[in-house]
Design a protein around this ligand. Sequence first.
Ligand SMILES: [Zn+2]
Length: 472
Amino acid sequence: MLKLYNTATKQNEVFKPIHPNEVTVYSCGMTVYSHPHIGHLKAYLMSDTLVRYLRDLGYRVKQVMNVTDVGHNLNDADDADDKMEVRAKQENLTPWDIARKYEKMFFENLSEMNISMPSIIARATENVDHMIELIKRLEANGYVYKTKVGLQFDTSKFAKYAEFANLDLENQKAGARVEVDDERRNPWDFALWILNKPDHIMKWDSPWGVGYPGWHIECSAMCLHYLGEQVDIHTGGVEHIKIHHTNEIAQSEGATGKKFVNYWLHSGHLMVDGTKMSKSLGNGYTLDDLKNKGYHPLALRYMLLKGDYKKSFNFTWENIHNAQNELVKIWKAVSAIVNNVGGQIVDKYLNTFRDALDDDLNTSLAITSLWDLLNSKEKPEDKLATIIKFDKVLGLDLENADYRLNELEDYQGISQLEKQNARLLLRDREQARKEKNYQLADEIRDKIESMGFVIEDNKNGSCIHLKEYGKI
Ligand SMILES: [Zn+2]
């Protein structure tokens, strides 16, 4: 029985979808104005694991993810500069070009991490009419007032506003910074539609005048349009809880009068060397930074799966290094049995695997059952059948282990030619050993090692390893 930790109730709850066999999932997506860093990818790995496991359990899953390509400000103040437009100026491109450029990068990153694409990707710029419809409903229900900045959501009208994130509004009021919008009724009221910004490049007509949407409205509008008034599961990062998801609930429930989301799942932060990732510290690593250091994107996936999605995870180069070594061991073990097809799934292992995931997606324990199975004395064909079943959820591409090992060598900058040369030398060395010309064999070994490879002799002959990874 699947249990999920629900941020709204702060406990593990048995998962029950609104409609039997069918699950709706909404995942907050990226603001596409710069490279995604590996911290962003952690949250999408969580929603991917969730969706993969739900599908593995037999549910039909409809997952929607938004792409924020307009109107997201540099800081919480509604009149701050728009991130997209600032970047557009810097790169001498239009905001639309910026959005498409970084959206493409984001999707490529997801693909490299083997994160499945959601059923629907919804761009904010293509859903403005749905946002306007939603604001109209909120207006009709008495939640909207107008200031010089634009249309504001009146949080005092939504009695449960502080509930979801346990906000201490009175304290917050005392500590609130000087408001840029002095017509705002409460410091935590937020903009639904921004007006009086003639220089803003992206803008649309609306019943209230030309302007552009606030950030929070897009998620509520897209949930409503694509998934209906009530959603089974909503995912995001812990940083979304206090403002973004609190505001989403106020907007959605303010419009429909119904409970918006049944289960809220949040991914913890990714730390780097024990501190927060930030641009100023230069530790906002991207997937390319990892690849350039010879690490496979799936090593990041494996590393994060070994942690608890809810908690923050501390990224260090040592961690990724160890994770990659473990993943390579798994890939090698699977590539050695990949021809043993036609086996049966071993229930004993599948059960422990599922028990782990049923416990709020405990992927770390699920990986332990993968290792137990690999080290077991089960028949190779049964091992393989079970491993392939596991991998539907883990997504480590175990069926293509050989290909992935090869790809890893590419990330490590080893060209096909170098590999070819090393293999030819290895053949010469084996010949020399057969002829008992040990001096020549040793000389060839030194040569191969000087090329950055390690030779491993075993009972089936010799093979070359690249540092400690890969088989060539
Ligand atoms: Zn959102």
